[in-house]
Write a protein that binds this ligand. Structure first.
Ligand SMILES: [Zn+2]
Length: 340
């Protein structure tokens, strides 16, 4: 896919096209920003433009080189993804719970140390670079310190802070920003069959990320999300004595658990936003009144405490320590109800 087909991200594209025009490719880029903003698409577009022999200043998007890059079938391109081994012997791709292991980095290093098959660039894209464990990070650092000629690494991560500072300092950072609501709504109105009044809600729920918005299940937006929000609100009214164990178990069993945690974080974030003079930044805008009410009943520092508790619970779930999920959830719910 050529750069010009990537939605928004003008700044990121400018940084890259300038480096291409001046023939000043760094050895490594760090593409950071939320999921669904086109970081991976842009990494592939960069690989295409470097390898395509037809286009000028941008990839043609149509030659066999471009097509093989887009399909991840080019021998001079490798995409490294987090993997996990869930009860099986084989490692399988797992973007949410997986890690990038030192074995994957070693395999990549063997590959990149060999001359390019087609005489041009060799490009490695690391999706979920924040999921590299310590050993993998240290191994990759060696390649970043002494990159083979004509090699390019693109690390893709939600933030810079989740990577080792020594890794970040050896990559040129390129930030991917959320799309302005009006741009995203215009884009979505052409692609999704949504009622006009739902466009701002979907746009806000996606955090300005077109990829996320396109994947959003309409049933989640209009029904499931509301059920989980109402469930939380009812729990906060009734208090944990009656419902703690039941609610915690419902959460643990839910296929939407991580989405629900994101949702609850967005709820508390909305409570803080509703105290500012920018209520248009509220995400759950179908709950405006409830949000205004709840935010009056809670001190901002208590709200911040709850947001931190949710983030902590998410880390405990995704982390390597296999904590008991039910107790993590019970702990979180006690914090949300102000008991601890
Ligand atoms: Zn091409």
């Amino acid at each position: 896919m050529p750069f010009e087909e990537i939605l928004g991200q003008e700044r990121a594209k400018r940084v890259l096209t300038r480096a291409l025009a001046q023939n000043k490719m760094p050895h490594a880029y760090l593409f950071y920003g939320a999921e669904g903003l086109g970081r991976f698409k842009t990494a592939l577009a960069l690989a295409e433009v470097l390898m395509c022999k037809q286009g000028e200043g941008d990839a043609c998007g149509e030659c066999s080189t471009c097509k093989r890059v887009a399909g991840e079938k080019h021998p001079d391109l490798i995409v490294v993804r987090p993997e996990s081994r869930k009860g099986t012997k084989e490692w399988i791709i797992d973007p949410d719970l997986g890690t990038i292991r030192i074995e994957q980095i070693r395999e990549f290093q063997r590959w990149i140390s060999v001359r390019s098959f087609e005489g041009g660039w060799k490009i490695g894209i690391f999706l979920g670079a924040d999921k590299m464990n310590q050993a993998a990070s240290n191994a990759l650092l060696k390649t970043l310190e002494e990159p083979p000629p004509s090699s390019l690494l693109v690390l893709v991560s939600p933030t810079r802070g989740q990577l080792l500072p020594t890794i970040v300092s050896r990559c040129q950072p390129v930030h991917f920003a959320p799309l302005p609501p009006e741009d995203l709504e215009a884009f979505l109105s052409e692609r999704l069959e949504l009622a006009e009044e739902e466009l701002p809600l979907v746009s806000a729920l996606s955090g300005g990320c077109p990829g996320k918005a396109l994947k959003m299940d309409p049933e989640w937006v209009t029904e499931v999300r509301r059920e989980w929000l109402d469930r939380l609100r009812a729990f906060l009214v009734s208090g944990p004595q009656a419902e703690l164990t039941g609610f915690a178990e419902e959460l643990v069993q839910s296929e939407h658990l991580l989405d629900v945690l994101d949702l609850y974080e967005s709820w508390y974030r909305d409570l803080l936003v509703s105290r500012t003079d920018q209520p248009e930044r509220i995400i759950n805008r179908d709950y405006m009144e409830e949000i205004a009410e709840a935010s009056e009943e809670q001190e901002p520092k208590e709200t911040v405490y709850r947001i931190e508790a949710i983030r902590r619970a998410r880390r405990d779930f995704l982390g390597p320590f296999h904590l008991n999920r039910h107790s993590v959830m019970e702990g979180l719910l006690l914090k949300l109800s102000g008991y601890i």
